[in-house]
Design a protein around this ligand. Structure first.
Ligand code: SAM
Length: 348
């Protein structure tokens, strides 16, 4: 690691801001030493705010039906090999019941942009979840909706919303998405969510096709300026039925380095160590936690839904990834000095 890289990482820890050009220097200056140094500072920051606690979220994949055709995604509309499913509101409630008994106090309802889940389906569902479990937080991750819809869902009890910005570069955004989706609209949704009062999560894939260090620098600058409560980043992993089937997967090491830098940008951020990290490397999730992440999202979906919600190939669904194996996850985390806690786990 050069003196310049070390100085930039130290300054990021102290000042939480760098120029676009400095972020790019940090990304191009990636080395094992630099990653190690960034991780040690990120761990200090995480410990200062969250101690050794890791929050768990019960992920419920409510539908793999999607009207969009994102080039990277295995559940894209034009993938005719995808076997489609949708959970009914009572199946979703059953997942929450099961999750609550296991100790989950946050439920994340994630799915494709499935027209079935209109406000008139989601509002009563949210009201039921919140009245049954007033001590739990509900996170939605259902893509782009109108501001009015985001408002209705918020007033029905949704606390948080995850909507990855995917890339903070307009042209790169267009290359990853069909023309029906736009960078401007994505940013407008994120601003609406923040404005309404949600705890908001943005995020991006590391190593998505066409991504450069300029793009990643723009992502870090965007995170600095937008100041989200949560940020989901994970390596891109190809899916065989998408236009990116032959593209290489993103780097686990670079993802971990970026997790550390994001922790230094916003020390109080809720930062998941994602399934994609665990999919690419056996101890990937532990590597994420040791780089500064403080959230894991075990899967509470029914078994056949887990198998069909294939965003990318070889998605990890068993072992500590499954909500039933919470004890295994607890042991794995405690082996690296982290403690799984049963709490809503709001940002501090
Ligand atoms: N439809 C909602 C949305 O777009 O926000 C939620 C579901 S979407 C499938 C969740 C996230 O999965 C996306 O934001 C994307 O970053 C990630 N994802 C999709 N395909 C992926 C792939 N091939 N590799 C890694 N992550 C992927």
């Amino acid at each position: 690691m050069t003196d310049l890289i070390k100085a930039l990482i130290t300054r990021l820890k102290n000042e939480h801001t760098l120029t676009l050009c400095e972020y790019k220097t940090l990304i191009n200056g990636y080395s094992q030493d630099a990653a190690h140094y960034a991780a040690s500072l990120a761990m200090e920051e995480k410990k200062r705010i969250y101690g050794n606690e890791v929050y768990i979220r019960g992920l419920i994949e409510i539908s793999n039906i999607c009207k969009n055709d994102c080039n990277y995604c295995g559940i894209r509309k034009s993938n005719l090999n995808c076997s489609r499913y949708r959970l009914s509101p009572s199946e979703i409630l059953a997942c929450c019941d099961h999750g609550y008994s296991l100790g989950f106090r946050t439920f994340v309802l994630q799915g494709g942009e499935d027209g079935y889940f209109s406000d008139s389906v989601l509002v009563p569902l949210l009201e039921k979840i919140k009245s049954r479990y007033p001590d739990c937080a509900v996170t939605l991750s259902l893509g782009e909706r109108s501001r009015e819809s985001y408002e209705r869902l918020y007033h029905a009890g949704a606390d948080r919303y995850l909507l990855r910005h995917e890339t903070a570069d307009r042209e790169h955004y267009s290359s990853l998405h069909p023309s029906s989706l736009s960078y401007e609209r994505r940013m407008e949704c994120l601003r609406d969510l923040m404005d309404i009062g949600y705890q908001v999560g943005c995020g991006f894939m590391v190593g998505s096709p066409g991504q450069t260090s300029d793009h990643l620098a723009a992502d870090l600058k965007f995170i600095e300026e937008f100041s989200p409560h949560m940020c989901g980043i994970g390596p891109f992993i190809p899916h065989c039925d998408t236009p990116y089937r032959d593209h290489m997967a993103g780097s686990v090491e670079l993802t971990c380095y970026l997790l550390s830098l994001i922790r230094l940008i916003k020390p109080s951020i809720l930062l998941p160590s994602t399934t994609a990290l665990g999919t690419l490397r056996e101890n990937g999730r532990e590597m994420g936690i040791l780089s500064g992440a403080n959230v894991v999202m075990p899967n509470l979906s029914p078994e056949d839904a887990k198998a069909k919600y294939t965003l990318y190939n070889n998605k990890l669904t068993s072992g500590a990834e499954s909500a039933e194996a919470l004890d295994m996850l607890r042991k794995k985390m405690s082996a690296i000095g982290a403690e799984i806690v049963c709490a809503r786990g709001d940002a501090k």
